[in-house]
Design a protein around this ligand. Structure first.
Ligand code: URP
Length: 393
């Protein structure tokens, strides 16, 4: 049988649906995803809009126990994955405007699905051009986090619909020498900018030449207190760093969004594990969002691997999902199509799971703080006990 190309493989859930007999399907899905997510189905008006405008919509619910002293704290999060709309050779303004139109209609669908907090993908208003290492014209996509056109565009949608929007963009810090950052802007329900977070860990892998454009962030690990819980953003490559996830948890986050841009052949085996594991380890919900599609650039670039130069940056495989603190997760969105994934969550689940597992109580921060303080010293010696037989490999 001929093998199918990665960029043609759709979401794993529909592959399971079409290949597994009904009597084993639900058992297999419970083993894969945990038993705490229910598919709520999508209202007809949302389905119709999504069908006309060609994106997928999935809505799931995570259950929590009913408590006597606390009312449920129900929040609907919406995560959006999308392709760029126009070729990268079009003008910057038209590329941005086309993305604004696309995202406006997907946010409208999210609002129809009663979403409270929406997070877009990393650098959502531009192609992921950092592979090229060219400064011109891509740096022109950078804009002010507080007053730029993208923030202004989303402020209107936030205010009109009383929703929180997380907008990951390329930031131009106009007050500090015009330097560039990879930043997530948090826009509150009244349209004000609640704050921003700058990406802490910058990749130096494959064609992710982001360190050519911006430095490691200087905003620490902020948690934003909103009408829909305490939220934080761990931008893309930060998901490989457990301490980055940890700090958002220590600062009280209940939902951590992970807006990303990553490609098949590099990170796919890691994708379904990392954000899910972070949810378990830190007792919060995580929302992993990846771009989708293949982006082609005008000039060839090399990958430093001896292979021929090329113009395409691999296949962004989407597969966005939400994971709960109890280890359950939703199925992913498509690997190849635009999509909106909505999850109805009860924030009370975070404390309920902490009470059961006790990870926060047993985590021994003081032990690790002491050890790490030693490890960072230049003369630190690894704590290795050597065998006296001399047979040390
Ligand atoms: N955008 C970004 O940081 N990508 C790096 C690759 C990865 O983390 O999978």
């Amino acid at each position: 049988m001929a093998s199918i190309k990665s960029e043609n493989v759709d979401d794993f859930d529909s592959i399971l649906d079409s290949h597994l007999p009904a009597n084993v399907l639900s058992e297999v899905k419970q083993l894969l995803y945990g038993s705490n997510t229910r598919n709520l189905g999508v209202p007809d008006d949302v389905l119709l809009k999504a069908a006309v405008e060609q994106f997928d919509v999935k809505i799931f619910k995570f259950d929590a126990k009913k408590e006597e002293l606390r009312p449920p704290r129900i929040v609907r999060v919406g995560i959006i994955q999308n392709k760029i709309v126009l070729p990268t050779t079009d003008s910057i303004l038209s590329q941005k405007n086309a993305l604004y139109n696309r995202i406006e209609s997907m946010i409208t669908a999210a609002v129809m699905a009663k979403v409270n907090v929406i997070c877009l993908q990393e650098a959502w208003n531009m192609p992921f051009a950092f592979c090229t290492r060219e400064k011109h014209p891509w740096c022109e996509f950078a804009e002010s986090a507080e007053n730029g056109p993208t923030t202004k565009f989303l402020q209107k949608l936030s205010k009109e619909n009383r929703i929180v929007i997380i907008s990951p963009i390329l930031e131009r810090d106009e007050c500090k020498g015009d330097i560039i950052w990879n930043t997530a802007v948090v826009i509150d329900t009244d349209g004000t900018v609640l704050g921003k977070h700058r990406k802490n860990h910058i990749p130096r892998v494959g064609d992710f030449n982001e360190s050519t454009y911006y430095m490691e962030g200087n905003t620490g690990h902020p948690v934003f207190q909103t009408a829909f819980g305490k939220i934080a953003i761990n931008i893309c490559y930060g998901r490989h760093h457990p301490l980055n996830w940890l700090m958002f948890g220590l600062n009280g986050a209940e939902i951590v969004f992970n807006p990303s841009a990553t490609i098949a052949g590099l990170s796919e085996p890691l994708w379904s594990i990392e954000a899910r594991n972070a949810a378990i380890a830190n007792g919060y919900f995580t929302c992993a969002i990846n771009r989708v599609g293949t982006e082609v650039f005008p000039n060839e670039f090399t990958s430093g691997d001896g292979k021929p130069s090329h113009k395409a940056f691999g296949h962004f495989y989407g597969s966005s999902y939400v994971a709960g603190p109890d280890g359950s997760r939703t199925p992913g969105l498509s690997r190849i199509r635009d999509g909106l994934l909505v999850a109805e969550i009860d924030l009370n689940l975070c404390r309920q799971v902490k009470d059961v597992w006790g990870f926060q109580m047993t985590q021994r921060l003081e032990l690790y703080a002491k050890s790490l303080n030693e490890v960072i010293k230049p003369d630190y010696e690894q704590q290795i006990i050597k065998s006296l037989t001399g047979l040390n490999l």
